[in-house]
Ligand binder design. Structure first.
Ligand code: ZN
Length: 248
């Protein structure tokens, strides 16, 4: 819990609240981790779907029984709708990473809404109901655009950990995974990529990450379920972020 403990002090202690979700500094109002009572984290994959990287990620996740959230780029969804359907059918969550992946900082709210709305429409065309989560490119969005998305019931999701920087510095993937997971506690949201220029390098850390998480007794679930577990204070009966069964 060292990482989240530190975040609690910095972000929540400073404003005197104990909200279940840890806010992001990347975008005002964004979630970067969740105070879940479960031994859960969320692996998240950005910039796909990609014709070879996404199937490789899905195969590995299936091998470990892990579920994740895929923040997809709308233009790629239209090219590879089958991969979006496959991910959804295997229990993963499909979320929004804009249409064109252009930087949204400095853009009008209308442009931001267009990027997000067009991508949700592409996900629907693929036969999957899009979830309410959005991650802007680079994790950055200005406050006014974030407010508009929130007012539409959309959640903006950042991250609290990633192996990408260590890998870019030439750190061995196994070592990078160990360094990222060691200080991690339940509720962390990890950033990976299954598309874009960093995708191939990012995925070299996926197997060691899954092995490290497993050895720490941490399970990966989609962000929606992580958030729901934090908001509702329970680990049982959560399906697609909703409580079902006796706890509902
Ligand atoms: Zn991205």
């Amino acid at each position: 819990m060292a990482l989240l403990g530190g975040l609690s002090f910095v972000f929540v202690g400073g404003v005197g609240s104990r909200a279940p979700l840890v806010p992001s500094v990347q975008t005002p109002g964004a979630i970067r981790a969740a105070r879940t009572p479960c031994r859960w984290v969320s692996l998240t994959f950005d910039d796909g779907p990609h014709p070879t990287l996404t199937p490789a990620a899905l195969d590995l996740l299936a091998e470990f029984g892990a579920r994740a959230t895929f923040f997809v780029v709308g233009g790629a969804v239209d090219l590879h709708p089958d991969l979006v359907r496959r991910a959804a059918s295997e229990g993963h969550e499909i979320a929004n990473h804009t249409w064109s992946h252009r930087d949204l900082v400095g853009r009008s709210n209308g442009v931001v809404l267009g990027e997000v709305g067009r991508t949700n429409a592409a996900i629907r065309r693929a036969g999957v109901e899009p979830v309410r989560q959005v991650r802007p490119p680079r994790g950055h969005l200005e406050a006014s655009a974030a407010e508009v998305l929130h007012s539409l019931g959309l959640e903006i999701v950042g991250w609290s950990a990633s192996t990408d920087r260590l890998l870019a510095e030439g750190v061995d993937p196994v070592e990078a995974a160990l360094r990222v997971v060691a200080p991690m506690g339940p509720g962390s949201i990890l950033l990976l990529h299954d598309g874009g220029p960093v995708g191939p390098r990012s995925l070299t850390a996926l197997r060691p990450l899954l092995e490290s998480l497993s050895s720490e007794g941490l399970e990966s679930v989609p962000v929606g379920e992580l958030v729901a577990s934090a908001q509702r204070g329970t680990c049982s009966g959560l399906v697609d972020g909703e409580l079902v069964g006796p706890d509902a």
